[in-house]
Design a protein around this ligand. Structure first.
Ligand code: GLA
Length: 373
């Protein structure tokens, strides 16, 4: 029987450590949030399909036989997904209506764009009784972001959205795409995200510059001695030999990548052994690398991290995601949450004349759905 309605929940992603590592073929430690985009799909008998987003209060009509790039950004996530689905899977989707809402904030650095694409592709698949594998959803959604939207990112976001399990982190090797679910016991501690409300748009930011700079560093190493596919294959000892042979900026990018990948490997062990303090120290080192070597932080993110350093109830903090805005991730004692949020929100408002949005999150479930027949 044809599904009457399909409801898909597509989560955002957090990342404990391993930033800007996915497109460098290393290790990351992300998870899904417990905040979701919710899609309700049903077939319609009209000539056009329609998508209505209650989250941003916009709607879109689509002729599935004549899909073209739009000038409006969010529309391209939908249009690109449909174009790549049709192209890759040669499918002929039936006209549909889709209503989007949910509680996942947009532009906060928790991957609302990948959540939108992955959830949309999943829903179209189920509605049309096409059994997309997780691997297909991963590949198609990545292609949409990489080729159609133009953000040259890695696979971390899509992977976490698809494969996460409640209360578990994903330890993902981005080169081999092998992964492990890791149990995390934070005890009395919570994960607090602080959204700067500096809306980051990776396409308009220097994100793709960083991807290019890493490729440049790799090229310099390979020209001299090697056949590496990714920067994370180079060890620190080897990289240091290139300090004088690379422009300083390029060397700094590579140094960050090699160190951050190392940190992630150590962090995984620390978390497995519930050494939260040691783990959290690595978060600070990650932040300082992202700020000083990789240059993807901003004044607001640095301010938020600085405010945690002398607070004994906060184990660690760092900027999270692509950077240039978005949010910080903090490991904070549950007793401290309320007063810290109160104080930091006031300080942030005083300094930047902007509101801070605090989000307490747990490790959520990956993409899931319900079919109503
Ligand atoms: C964005 C990208 C990811 C990843 C992170 C940084 O979220 O979409 O692929 O590169 O930035 O770790």
């Amino acid at each position: 029987m044809d599904p009457k309605e399909v409801v898909v929940l597509s989560p955002g992603r957090i990342n404990l450590i391993g930033e800007h590592i996915d497109y460098n073929g290393g290790h990351v430690l992300p998870a899904a949030t417990d905040l979701y985009i919710r899609f309700k799909f049903y077939k319609n008998k009209n000539n056009l399909s329609e998508v209505q987003s209650k989250t941003i209060n916009k709607s879109l009509k689509l002729d599935l036989n004549n899909l073209e790039r739009s000038d409006i950004k969010w529309e391209n996530y939908i249009i690109g997904s449909l174009i790549y689905l049709i192209k890759r899977r040669n499918i002929n989707p039936k006209n549909f209506s889709c209503i989007i809402d949910g509680d996942l904030p947009v532009g906060a650095g928790i991957s609302s764009s990948s959540a939108l694409i992955c959830g949309f592709i999943k829903g179209i698949g189920i509605l049309n009784k096409l059994d997309f594998t997780d691997e297909e959803i991963l590949l198609i959604s990545r292609e949409v972001e990489y080729n159609f939207i133009g953000v040259k990112g890695g696979i971390m976001d899509q992977f976490s959205i698809i494969h996460s399990k409640e209360n578990k982190l994903i330890f993902l090797n981005c080169k081999s795409k092998t992964f492990e679910h890791i149990d995390v016991d934070l005890g009395e501690y919570k994960i607090l995200l602080l959204d700067t409300n500096i809306k980051h748009d990776l396409l308009e930011s220097s994100y793709n510059d960083r991807v290019r700079e890493c490729a440049k560093a790799l090229e310099i190493v390979n020209n001299e001695n090697g056949n590496f596919n990714f920067l994370t294959e180079i060890n620190l000892e080897n990289l240091i030999k290139f300090k004088e042979k690379m422009p300083e900026k390029i060397y700094n990018r590579a140094l960050f990548v090699v160190e951050e990948n190392e940190r992630t490997l150590i962090a995984k062990e620390k978390l497995k052994n519930s050494d939260l303090r040691d783990f959290a120290d690595l978060m600070y080192l990650s932040h300082f690398g992202l700020k000083n070597l990789y240059d993807v932080s901003c004044e607001e993110l640095d301010f938020l991290v600085d405010q945690t350093v002398d607070n004994s109830k906060i184990l660690g903090a760092r900027m999270m995601g692509g950077g240039f805005g978005g949010c910080t991730i903090n490991i904070i004692h549950s007793e401290e949450v309320e007063s810290f949020i109160r104080n930091i929100s006031k300080k942030y408002l005083d300094k930047f004349s902007k509101n801070l949005t605090p989000i307490i999150t747990t490790l959520g479930k990956g993409l899931n759905y319900k079919i109503i027949r």
